[in-house]
Each structure stands twice: as structure tokens, then as C-alpha cells.
Design a protein around this ligand. Sequence first.
Ligand code: ATP
Ligand code: MG
Length: 391
Amino acid sequence: MNYKAFMIKYAEIGTKGKNRYVFEDMLCNRIKERLLEHGDFVIRREYGRIFVEACSDFDYEDVINELKKVFGIVGICPIVIEECVEFDAIKNKVIQYMRERYGNKHITFKVYARRADKSFPMQSMEINSEIGHYLLEEFSEYSVDVHDPDVLLTIELREMVYIYSEVIRGAGGLPVGTNGKAMLLLSGGIDSPVAGYMISKRGVELEAVYFNAPPYTSERAKQKVIDLARIVSGYSGRIKLHIVNFTDIQLAIYEKCPHDELTIIMRRYMMRIAETLAKKNGCQALVTGESIGQVASQTMQSLYCTNEVCGIPVFRPCIGMDKQDIIDISERIETYDTSILPYEDCCTIFVAKHPVTKPNLDIIKRSEKKLCDVIENLVSSALDTVETIII
Ligand code: ATP
Ligand code: MG
């Protein structure tokens, strides 16, 4: 079957009242961008629906795969379009559609006509029964099942007639760009790419920051983060990735602070720097891949200490998830295989054998005072030397 058009179904956008058009426009834009490299497409809106029509050849599988990654879409229906003039033309088109799509297979079907154009002279029930009748006459292998049909043949009569029987599940969520922008702390691990995906699914545009510690971490570890950002950007759209050289800050913490507090203090500096970059780049929040209790730095007390330095909201979409649930998502969004590549992270190099699991904020603050001679300069030079890559 050679489809030239798709009908896009979206759900949550429909509840946005007066802002609805903003969401619909954004979704159209996101679809347009995504299909740019796959052919010429016209994207058109009709109340409650978006239509994608091809004006050039395209690869069906590629286009479906792209559309499946666009947040805001709940269903993708490959459709056949016919002018809404007379019933005979519609009937012939439906028969042609069924022949091409299902041939002479033994199937059960139900016809489901919807008449948005009430000026059409026949009522939906009448269309259902007439078309059903013709199909049974034309295809002896077909039978009707109104309760649980193999094929739900939908015929929507609008400005044009749209015929479809397949709804491919979309990614859901809201179109990226409808809910502000956030700065994702992206490490090379499993959790943070999943966190980025989840926040982006709610319509949030992403930037990302990676704390790099050369020469203690390799070029390959950095490349792995770039690769992860690229996979996430397949869903979220363009990501501006900021790479911060964190080595001197880590060395200073290592030299001056108690070793069992290294991770917490280091994470507090990551959050401070991430927040500065967020504000500079118009982001309203930070996003991390933290999950309660996963490691020493993610106990409730540790999260309390880490969070204390932040003046903007920090979103942690994985916070209540088990590791396996996070892994399941990472496999589905295809970040998992990259995440498990064994390249060292800056955190793992400077970790203590026995990190505190219940840090006390006053004690941590006291330890941080030991950095007061050097830290301001180190932070500003880390900020001055940020490398930014557009992905
Ligand atoms: P992940 O799988 O996302 O790396 P993790 O289980 O390894 O998480 P931690 O290393 O404690 O947990 O990191 C917690 C969170 O802190 C990460 O999810 C990420 O958001 C952020 N983070 C950790 N290391 C870095 C880094 N080098 N650069 C940027 N963000 C980081
Ligand atoms: Mg990590």
C-alpha cells in the first residue's frame, strides 16, 4: 500500500482551551522540523486534527519512525484522501483501499463513519451499513464483527473524506517548546538521559551540562555523553550541550576537604555551576537523574544537602523509580547500550571508599569553607572555559 498522507491524532493538547492553537502550532512546527530531511511535506490543520501530506517520494518506515518520536502525538494514521462529493466515489475508494490494504484475507471488520461535515446527505449509520454491505458483496472472505473487529475501518467526512484503519501509537506528551526550558545534568550513566527524555516529553526544551575531568576522564567518556545527548535530541530536538572542565575544582576539593564528604561537596558545586549556566541560557529549572537511595549521594539527607545550594527548581523525574524501571525506559529510548559503555565518570574517580550517607549540612558547609581561598577563581575559570556544542 502506497500512502501519501498521515492523519495525526493528539490528545492532551485538546484540553488547553484558548491556548490550544499555540500547542497545535508548536506541534506542526516540531513535525515539520522532524520531516525536513525526509521529503517535501505539507502540514495542515483541521479542527482537532493535523494532516501531513507528502508532495514528494519518501520512505514510509523512516517517516513513521520520525513521527513516533514527536512528543504531543498519540496516534499516527496512514490515510487515503478522497474528495467529499458523492457517495459512489467514496464507496469505490473504500473498496480500492481495502483491496490494497487487506486483499482477500479472511478478516472481520466494522465500518465507523464520522460526519464532521453535516451537509453530507447521508447520516453516519446509513454510511456504515451501505459501505458494510458493499464490502461483503465485494469480498466473500470478509465478515462483520461490531464488537471486536480485526479491522476498524474509519471514514471521516470533513472538507475531504479520510479513510484509515490503522492507528500507530505515538510518543504522547506535549510538543517540545510549550513548557519552557531546563538544564539537564547529563552524565554518561543510565539515569540522566532517561530523566532528560521524561522532562522533554512534558514539552520542555532541553539544554545539557556535562562535568568533565580530563585527564582523569578520557576523550571517550566525553564522546559517550555527546552520543547520549544526540540520542535524547532525537526526541527533544536540538540540545545545546555545555562541557565544563571540572578537574581543578575536584582536585581542590580532594586536597582540602574530608574524603568521606567529597561526593556531596562536588555535587553541590555541580549544582551551583549548572544553575549559573541555566540562568545565563534562559532555563527555568535543573534536571537530574537522581533516584532516592540509589547510591550514597542520593539518600534523603544527601539530596537535602545537594539541593540546598539551588535557587531554581530541580526536577528529578526518576526519583521514585526502581533501577529496573529506569533501565526499561533507557532500553526503549535506545540510550541503554551507550550508557553501559565502561568509560569512567568524573564522580567515580574521586569517590571515597566510605562516603557519608547521612551528611549534616552544617558540617558540609564548614568543610566547604576550607575552599574559600581558591574556589571563586576556580568556578569562574570553569565557567569561562565552557565548551558548547549544538547537538
Ligand atoms: P547517572 O546514571 O545519570 O549517571 P548515577 O546513578 O550514576 O546517575 P550519580 O553519579 O550520583 O548517579 O549522579 C546523579 C546525577 O547527577 C546524575 O543523574 C546526573 O544528573 C548528575 N551527574 C552526575 N555526574 C555528572 C557529570 N559528570 N556531569 C553532569 N551531571 C552529572
Ligand atoms: Mg553517574
